[in-house]
Design a protein around this ligand. Structure first.
Ligand code: SAM
Length: 214
C-alpha cells in the first residue's frame, strides 16, 4: 500500500488538486456547530482536506506515505502530521472528531475493522465521526476479481471495497449512527484528467458510556 501511494505522490504530486472534498466543508460546519476543538484525519494524504480543519481546529493528520507528508507540510503548515499507520494511531490526547475520506475502502475486512477501532480509540466519549468511502453504486463496483464480498480488484494491483448503506452501517455498529448520504464527486487530476466517483458518507457519535453497550 505504502509503495503504491508513495510512488504516485512522488510522480504526480497533488494528485487530486488543491481543492478539498465538499464533504470536508460539510464535516467542518457540523464539527463547528458541535463545539469541536480537535480533529484527527487518518490517511491525510498531502493535506487538501486537513487544511479545511486546521483553519478552524487543532488538526492531526496520520499518513503512511512520507512523499505525501512532504507535500502536506508545505500545503498545510497548521496541521500536525504524523508518519505512520492509521490502523494503530496513537495520539497523546484523544480528539473531539475524526474525518476520514477515501481511506476505509482501501482495506480488506479485517483492516477496515482495525481502522474504525483505532479511530474510536483516539476519540473522546461522545466524539464525532465523519467517514466518506466508495459507494456500492459506483460504476467500478463489481469490476475485476472479487477478493471479498463487496471488494474488487477493479484496476490492476488496486482494489477497493464498495459500501452499500447496510454494509457501512454494519462497519460502524459500535457507534451511535446519525445518518448516511450518497455523494457524486468529480476529482480533477493535476494531469488534466477528471474522474467521477460515487461515495457514501456516514456520520456517527462514539457512545459516551461504553460499558452500557456490553
Ligand atoms: C485515496 S488517498 C486519500 C488521501 C486524502 N484523504 C485525500 O482525500 O486527499 C488514500 C491515502 O491513505 C493513505 N494510507 C493508506 N494506508 C494507510 C494507513 N494504513 N495509514 C495511514 N495512511 C494510509 C495513502 O498513503 C493515501 O495518502
Amino acid at each position: 500500500m505504502n509503495e503504491y501511494w508513495s510512488g504516485r505522490f512522488a510522480r504526480e504530486g497533488m494528485i487530486w488538486g488543491s481543492e478539498p472534498s465538499p464533504t470536508a466543508l460539510v464535516a467542518r460546519d457540523w464539527f463547528s456547530s458541535e463545539g469541536v476543538q480537535s480533529v484527527l484525519v487518518p490517511g491525510a494524504g498531502y493535506g487538501r482536506n486537513t487544511k479545511v480543519f486546521s483553519a478552524a481546529f487543532g488538526t492531526w493528520g496520520v499518513e503512511l506515505s512520507e512523499a505525501a507528508l512532504t507535500l502536506a507540510r508545505e500545503w498545510d503548515p497548521l496541521s500536525h502530521f504524523i508518519l505512520g499507520s492509521a490502523l494503530d494511531a496513537d495520539l497523546i490526547e484523544p480528539v473531539d472528531a475524526v474525518y476520514c475520506y477515501g481511506v476505509l475502502h482501501l482495506f480488506l475486512e479485517e483492516d477496515r475493522r482495525r481502522l474504525v477501532e483505532s479511530c474510536l480509540q483516539q476519540l473522546k466519549p461522545g466524539g464525532l465521526l465523519y467517514f466518506a468511502s466508495f459507494a456500492a453504486e459506483d460504476p467500478n463496483n463489481g469490476c475485476g476479481r472479487q477478493l471479498e464480498p463487496g471488494t474488487y480488484e477493479y484496476k490492476q494491483h488496486k482494489y477497493a471495497h464498495f459500501f452499500s448503506d447496510a454494509d457501512l452501517r454494519a462497519q460502524f455498529a459500535d457507534t451511535d449512527i446519525l445518518g448516511t448520504e450518497l455523494h457524486r464527486e468529480v476529482l480533477q487530476g493535476v494531469l488534466g484528467d477528471s474522474h467521477e466517483y460515487l461515495l457514501r458518507s456516514i456520520t456517527a457519535r462514539k457512545p459516551r458510556y461504553a460499558a452500557l453497550r456490553l
